[in-house]
Every structure is written in structure tokens, then in C-alpha cells.
Design a protein around this ligand. Sequence first.
Ligand SMILES: [Zn+2]
Length: 151
Amino acid sequence: MPLADLERLCSPLADNQGMVRTKFSFERDERKAVVFHSELEVEVKMVCQRCLELVTLPIHSECDYAVVREGANTQSVPKGYDVIELGEDPLDLLALVEDELLLALPIVPAHDPKDCQQPAGLEEEPELSEDEVARSNPFSVLAQLKRDPNV
Ligand SMILES: [Zn+2]
């Protein structure tokens, strides 16, 4: 499905171009209840919180859902399943895809540190330029003092 169809998902994104690949497999489990497995894949563009440039992030999400009647007891739903309560209305797969992908987005989007434009100042010491290295070297300061007759 087109990424642009998922408006809530697109609002934190820098770009709504692209497609979401979706795969659903439905079955009845040993309790004869309807369960399904989702597999979602999409590439999203967000703003890297380290360098403020765009970063393309591959998002992959898989989830198991158990469908129950609205108001039904959910105690028998096996662990590891997200419960979907269904009433009169049919299952809204679009909204489900959107919710699942929203949860899969990184809270703090960022490049891989080795690809990031500006890792300086946050996690690593900034690399000194040759000039700064020369200035911070006490011997070069001494050499400068000797050269300056007014000091
Ligand atoms: Zn970055």
C-alpha cells in the first residue's frame, strides 16, 4: 500500500513517498479462534537527531494478533498475541498497519554513527584540525613565545 495513504504515520516522517509491503496470514488456532500474523516492511525518511540531515530507515515489523468478539473474555488468548476486538464493523487493516508501523518507528531517529554527518560533540570528542593540534601543544606555544620578542 502507498505510504501516503497512512496519514498518521506520515506526519512524523520527512517524506511520504514509498510503498509499505504487507503480508498477512490468517488461520484458526487450536482453540478454533481466528489469529493472524502480520509482516510489514517499509523504508521511511526521517530527520537524524544527531546531524539534522535526512536518514532513510528500513522498518520491519512482525506481530501476532488474536481476534475476539467485542466484549468477550480475553483470558484464553495465548501469550504473545495482541488482542483485536471485533464488533459489527469489519477489521480495519489499514488502521492496524498504521498503528503497528507507528510503534515500530524509532523514538530518536539517527544515522548509523559511521554514516552520520556530524557525530562530533555528542558521543565522541570532535576531531581536532591540525591547526588546533598545534595550538594545544604546549611546546608549540613555547616556541611561539620565544619567537615573539615582546613577551
Ligand atoms: Zn546523522
